[in-house]
Write a protein of this length. Sequence first.
Length: 498
Amino acid sequence: MDLVVDGVPIHGYRSPDCPALWLRDHSDMMRGFRHFEQDMTSTVTHFAETQAMNGRVFDFFTDRPLATPTERENWVKYVRVPVEADVEYRFVKAAFLAWQATGDDAWMVNLLPSLEAALNYIFTHPWRWDEEHQLVKRPYTIDSWDFAYTAGTHDWLQFQIDDNTFWGIMHGDNSGYYEACQLLSLAYSRLGNEPRASHWKQFALGLKERMNKVCWNGDFYTHFAKLNPVEIPGLDEASQLSFSNAMNINRGVTSLSQARSILQEYQNRKAATGAFAEWFSIDPGFPNGAFGEEKMVPGAYCNGGIMPLVGGELARAYLESGFEETGVDTLRQYHSMIQEKDETFLWYFPDGTASSIENSTSPDAMPTDGWGSSSMLHGFMEGLVGIQDQGRMLDAVRLCPRWSAAGLTTAEASMGYEVSGAQFAYNYEELANEVELELRTQKSEVHLHLLLPHGASVNDVQLANTSIPFQETEVGSSRYVDCELSIDHGADVVVRFK
């Protein structure tokens, strides 16, 4: 989507169900379009330039009508949905991904005060911060969606905060801010400001500890830890599994045992409900009409709809947490879905029926959902292909190929950023008694975390025909070999089995 504001071109990626540049959709889709897009910064820069003095960031902006045919004005509109508490962490994530792809240090240095202001707003404003628990709070929404439960005091979807607002702590907000603080810490460290890097790293660790204390129920994260009493008739709220559970794993707030517990819960829900996939926005959904919208029935949209954006997060989490074959199956299922009709929608009913304008609360229901497809691509590239950029322009990479889980013995992979030309590539070949990796990259510090074939035990790891230190690790019932590599242009790695 291209706009011109104050004579400045802005290029971004729109929501599949609304012709606007929503920061949440754009920032999540960056994980996909960063590989081929030339303009990574104009949308992020515009959100920074329109930031409020207190650090608050807009949800979205657009220059075209949103509610056709009743709305006809083509002026530029800016919106912050008051109940939203997740916007600022998405702002930090978007800035980091843009900097990571471009390597533009000067741009990032100029943006750092805006990123700090955004986080300071969240961690101090009485609408966003709970002083007692020292955690981010929000009104009672469905996970991080943008309308709140009102117990019938409002006649439609409630986007506003008022005297009837029910407050609580939603786990996904806090995992998002944990990740944002860690990314800001990394940026500061790479840009030479260790005191600020240390500050944000320590803040992140405290947030993670408090979140796990308040929100973890022993099996998964409780959907909404209430700060004032409210009960929803006909709903077992304690059993609700909401979509940020999958994202929490990939943001790094879970231990391995927590991650595996969450993923097993998703598998159990799939078996119990008979849904065609376990990519639930939430399960079980809220009763009909709970939010004042008749189309928001259980199984629709964010009230229990099946979302590829959740599936991609699950695929990556499965692959990282010892459920590698389940992760591969998730990616294969999505591939088959979109191959059948060359379509992918934001959400589906549990029986597989796709969303449409007729059954959605949104004015559009496009069959080209970049939000979900970028999530699936992210799961594929970081989970199965296993190229994870942990630095800037691929100069620090966690390399974790998992081709043996897919039953493949050879693979050729390449990941890069069009805007900067940075690239990391490898050839993989699994033989009877060894795995050979041919790595190609300009210059990179690599942590190799290689999934071993079933039953294999490592005898030796060689880099350029020289043995190097390694260790074997277990993830569930899977075994990996881990070692550190310094790569300059290219290198050959051979992992030999006993």
